[in-house]
Design a protein around this ligand. Structure first.
Ligand code: NAD
Length: 417
C-alpha cells in the first residue's frame, strides 16, 4: 500500500504540475497549491470488547479550502498512511473544483482492520476519532463522508458525537448519512449514476449509439454495479462484469435484473445461468466500446494498456490508470473520462445533502437526479471544450479546469496577512 500511496501521490502531483505549466502559474502560486493546508495526526485509544485498550492512529488532512469548506471521505483500512491520505485529499480538491462545487478537498482515515472488529468496538473507535478531529471539522470547515469500509452507520455516529459536544444537532457536519438523519435521496446511487451520465455524453460526442454499444465493468460494487444497471437501462449491452472473486461474460448482453437477483440469492456472480466465466485480465482487454474500471487503483498499467481495445475508458474507480498507461491510451486514441470527473457524482450529491441539511429543506429523488445531471454534464462539456480547444487529453483538460479555478480563487483572496 505504501507503493500505491506513493504512486497515487506521484500521479496526482504529475497531473497538477502539467496543468500548472499549461496555465503558466507562477512558482509561488504552485508552491501554495501543492502541499496540504493542514494535516492532523490523532491517537485513538479504544476499549476493545475483551477489556483491553488498543491505540489506533488516525488522520485528517485538508488539502485546500480556497473555494469553501474542505470535503472528503474517511477510510478504515490496515494500510492507511498519512501519505495516502494526503494524496487522496489533493485529489478531492481537484474533483470538487472540476465540478465547480464550493468546496476544497480533504480526506481522513484510521489504520485499523475493521473486518476484525465488532460493531461496538467500531463505534467506540469512530466516536473517539470524531471527538479528536472535532476541532477541525464542521459544516463550515470540513465535511467528512464515507469511503472504504465506512458508511451511513459511521456517519451517524460522527454526526452524533460532534452534535453532543455542541449541544445541538449539526446535520451538515457529515454527508452520506442515513436518509432519516439528514441523508439525501439518490446518494447511494450517485457515483454510478454519474458514471452512466458521463459515458452517455461521451458516446453522444463521439457518435457512438448507446443501443447495442458493448460495455465491460470491472468491479461490481457500489459504483460498478449501479453504473452497469443504469447503462443497461440506457440500451447499452453490458457484456462482462466481475468482482474480486468471479467474472461473468455474455456477448449478447447480461440481463442486469436477473444478475442482481442471482447475486442476491447466491451471494456471488459465479454460476449465473447462460454466462461464461471470464478472468480479470480478459475483461479489461475485451473488444468493447466502453470499459468501466470501477474496482481499485492501478488496474491499467504500462503492461496491459497496449492491449486495451475499448474506445472509451470511464474511470469509476479512483486512479485505476497509471500515468504511463494513460500516455499509451492517449497514443492509441482511446477516450479516457478521468476519475476526477467520471466518479464525481458521489461528491456532487454529497454537496446536495449538505445544502439540504443547512436549509432543513429536503428534495425528492427526481430533483436530486435532475440537479446531478445538470452539474455533471455542464462540467463534462467544459472539460471536453477545453480538451478540444487546447488539444489536450480529457484528463489534462480536467486538471486544467480544476487547477485554474483553485488558482483564481487563491489569487482573488490574496495572501493573508
Ligand atoms: P465497493 O467495495 O462497493 O466495490 C468494489 C468492487 O470491486 C467489489 O465488487 C470488489 O469485489 C471488486 N474488486 C475488488 N478487487 C477486484 C479485482 N482485483 N478485480 C475485480 N474486481 C475487484 O467499492 P466502491 O464504493 O464501488 O468503490 C470502487 C472504486 O470507486 C474505488 O476506487 C473508490 O475509491 C471509487 N469511488 C467510489 C465512490 C463511491 O461513492 N462509492 C465515489 C468515488 C470513487
Amino acid at each position: 500500500m505504501e507503493e500505491v500511496a506513493s504512486s497515487l501521490s506521484a500521479a496526482t502531483d504529475q497531473y497538477f504540475e502539467r496543468a500548472a505549466t499549461l496555465l503558466e502559474l507562477e512558482a509561488s502560486l504552485r508552491a501554495v497549491l501543492r502541499p496540504p493546508k493542514r494535516a492532523l495526526i490523532v491517537s485513538v485509544p479504544t476499549k476493545m470488547d475483551d477489556g483491553s485498550v488498543r491505540v489506533f492512529e488516525g488522520y485528517r488532512v485538508q488539502h485546500n479550502i480556497a473555494r469553501g469548506p474542505a470535503k472528503g471521505g474517511i477510510r478504515y483500512h490496515p494500510n492507511v498512511t498519512l501519505d495516502e491520505v494526503k494524496a487522496l485529499a489533493a485529489l478531492m480538491t481537484w474533483k470538487c473544483a472540476v465540478v465547480n462545487l464550493p468546496f476544497g478537498g480533504s480526506k481522513g482515515g484510521i489504520a485499523c482492520e475493521p473486518k476484525e472488529m465488532s460493531s461496538a468496538e467500531l463505534e467506540r473507535m469512530t466516536r473517539r476519532y470524531a471527538s479528536e478531529i472535532a476541532q477541525v471539522i464542521g459544516p463550515e470547515r470540513d465535511i467528512p463522508a464515507p469511503d472504504v469500509s465506512t458508511g451511513p452507520r459511521e456517519m451517524a455516529w460522527i454526526m452524533d458525537t460532534y452534535s453532543m459536544t455542541l449541544g445541538h444537532s449539526a446535520l451538515g457536519v457529515v454527508t452520506g448519512k442515513p436518509l432519516n438523519l439528514g441523508g439525501s435521496h439518490g446518494r447511494g446511487e450517485a457515483t454510478g449514476r454519474g458514471v452512466m451520465l458521463c459515458v452517455r455524453r461521451a458516446c453522444e460526442l463521439l457518435g457512438i449509439a448507446p443501443s447495442g454499444a458493448r460495455v465491460a465493468v470491472q468491479g461490481f460494487g457500489n459504483v460498478g454495479a449501479i453504473a452497469a444497471k443504469l447503462l443497461a437501462r440506457e440500451g447499452f449491452q453490458v457484456v462482462a462484469v466481475n468482482d474480486s472473486t468471479h467474472g461473468v461474460r455474455h456477448d449478447a448482453g447480461l440481463d442486469m435484473d436477473a444478475l442482481f437477483a442471482h447475486r442476491e440469492r447466491t451471494g456471488a456472480l459465479a454460476g449465473f445461468p447462460g454466462a461464461a466465466p471470464i478472468t480479470n485480465a480478459e475483461l479489461l482487454e475485451l473488444d468493447v466500446e466502453v470499459l468501466v474500471p470501477a474496482a481499485l487503483e492501478n488496474q491499467i498499467t504500462k503492461d496491459n494498456a497496449g492491449r486495451i481495445h475499448a474506445r472509451i475508458v470511464a474511470e469509476g474507480a479512483n486512479a485505476p490508470t497509471t500515468p504511463a498507461a494513460d500516455e499509451i491510451l492517449a497514443r492509441h486514441g482511446i477516450f479516457v473520462i478521468p476519475d476526477i470527473l467520471c466518479n464525481a457524482g458521489g461528491v456532487t450529491v454529497s454537496y446536495f445533502e449538505w445544502v439540504q441539511d443547512l436549509q432543513s429543506f429536503f428534495w425528492d429523488e427526481a430533483t436530486v437526479n435532475q440537479h446531478l445531471e445538470r452539474l455533471l454534464i455542464r462540467s463534462f462539456d467544459e472539460v471536453y471544450r477545453t480538451s478540444v480547444e487546447r488539444k489536450l487529453s480529457m484528463r489534462t483538460a480536467a486538471y486544467v479546469v480544476a487547477v485554474a479555478r483553485v488558482a483564481e480563487a487563491t489569487r482573488l483572496r490574496g495572501l493573508w496577512p
